[in-house]
Design a protein around this ligand. Structure first.
Ligand SMILES: Nc1ncnc2c1ncn2[C@@H]1O[C@H](COP(=O)(O)OP(=O)(O)O)[C@@H](O)[C@H]1O
Ligand SMILES: N[C@@H](CCC(=O)OP(=O)(O)O)C(=O)O
Length: 401
């Protein structure tokens, strides 16, 4: 046994621990949509713009639906695309630019016009609006994520209408959201919404491209099996949206795994959907609600490394919701420091969870596979053997049967 003592910097225990949100979601089926206390509504470029710029009549119709919801006491956060599509006609371009710099310029021009019209339109309902521009990079950092959470929560308590978009003018090329569907799902988690509504230029998810005569509306997606054979590959024809149905199905999947159901329909159907009519596609929630912190860990945070664990640690820590000890770790990769986010993989390479690691990638190698009592001798009596605390990881893959 070595008597060398290693100086170990540990990640401080956060004051606010607690993984699962105890609030049950009152929205379980389409019929219970009206019970939503907080809704995130996302509207795509194709529904807000024409070839010549903003479709002000379409914006006014959406704003009227939101005003009615707010009148009933439902809090709404709007995620609105449309900055690039609203901007490019004013730069003398006849189609959406493809290069990042011109997209950024178009977004910078269009975002002002977009917000100007929302301000005017919500003004008809004596409602103040607030512009919140987010980047994927910021949301990966815990401090900025918490700041965004706090700002949105405050706006809602002040009865202001937050209008979120990606901060296209500064978003870095490599990690842009690009489309706003995923941003909307993450925003729904950020504000702990009961419901996500995705409004597009198509009234529902179809079994194939809606222009095909054999395509049928899918009214409900309860499990992945309902998506088998569904063709979502062809993008929209409007030429201004970005992700087509792929990103909408992905976004609904993210929301579902965190306990938030999604309704996907067209903007003109928004009113009927909230009136309880059978329109669009309803994606059921499949997972449990998560705290904003757990959602950040599981969905948004930047991953700095990987820990590979043995079967004993899968059964003893991950399957039982316990802390991960050095004894169960067989390998690691990446460069990380205490407090960084790492993925936890089983021996086959399956990503089981993500967590905040307590030691750096340079401290861990001599600790791997060693028992807590053995390590205590090296590291001191204060060492508790925990590499990822039970409160600091979230499960990503379901348990194996
Ligand atoms: N299986 C499908 N069901 C419905 N729409 C589909 C499907 N596959 C592709 N699409 C296309 O996806 C488009 C919507 O995506 P997109 O243009 O990115 O909209 P938005 O601007 O609202 O984000 C629809 O107009 C439709 O043409
Ligand atoms: N942030 C961009 C959104 C890009 C986009 O086209 O999104 P979407 O229409 O939702 O597929 C914008 O405002 O133009």
């Amino acid at each position: 046994m070595s008597t060398r003592r290693t100086v170990v910097t540990r990640y401080p225990t956060p004051a606010t621990r607690g993984a699962e949100d105890p609030r049950a979601n009152p929205v379980t089926t389409r019929d219970t949509m009206a019970a939503a206390r907080r809704v995130v509504i996302k509207i795509g470029s194709s529904s807000l713009t024409t070839a010549t710029g903003l479709d002000v009549a379409a914006i006014d119709r959406l704003v009227d639906v939101i005003a009615e919801l707010r009148g009933r006491g439902t809090q709404v956060v709007l995620v609105s695309s449309g900055a690039i599509a609203a901007g490019f006609p004013h730069l003398g371009l006849d189609r959406r630019p493809k290069d990042t710099a011109t997209q950024q310029a178009a977004a910078a021009v269009g975002q002002g016009r977009l917000l100007a019209h929302y301000t005017h339109s919500f003004g008809r309902h004596e409602t103040e609006v607030a512009q919140v521009l987010l980047t994927a990079e910021e949301l990966m950092r815990r401090t900025q994520y918490t700041n965004a959470h706090r700002a949105l929560a405050r706006l809602l308590t002040l009865d202001v209408m937050p209008i979120v978009n990606e901060n296209d003018a500064v978003a870095t090329r490599e990690i842009r959201f690009g489309d706003n569907d995923r941003l909307a799902a993450l925003t729904a988690n950020l504000v702990k919404a009961d419901l996500l509504v995705l409004l597009s230029d198509v009234d529902a998810l179809y079994t194939g491209h809606p222009s095909r005569p054999d395509s049928r509306r899918i009214p409900v997606v309860a499990t992945d099996a309902d998506l088998e054979g569904v063709d979502v590959r062809v993008p929209g024809s409007a030429g201004v949206g970005t992700g087509g149905m792929v990103t909408k199905v992905d976004a609904a999947g993210i929301a579902a795994t965190t306990g938030i159901p999604t309704l996907l329909t067209s903007a003109p159907n928004a009113g009927s959907a909230f009136a309880g009519e059978d329109v669009g596609t309803w994606f059921e929630a499949t997972g449990r609600r998560r705290s904003a912190r757990a959602a950040w860990l599981g969905l948004t945070a930047e991953v700095r490394g990987q820990l590979v664990i043995d079967d004993g640690a899968v059964a003893g820590a991950i399957d039982r919701g316990r802390s991960l000890l050095a004894a169960g770790i067989t390998g690691l990769s990446g460069r990380f420091t205490p407090g960084d986010v790492v993925e936890i993989l089983d021996a086959t390479g399956r990503v089981l969870a993500r967590g905040l690691v307590q030691y750096s990638s340079s401290q861990l190698p001599p600790m791997l596979g060693r028992s807590t009592s053995d390590l205590k001798e090296d590291l001191g009596a204060g060492y508790d053997g925990v590499v990822v605390h039970a409160d600091d990881w979230v499960r990503l893959a379901p348990p194996r049967r």
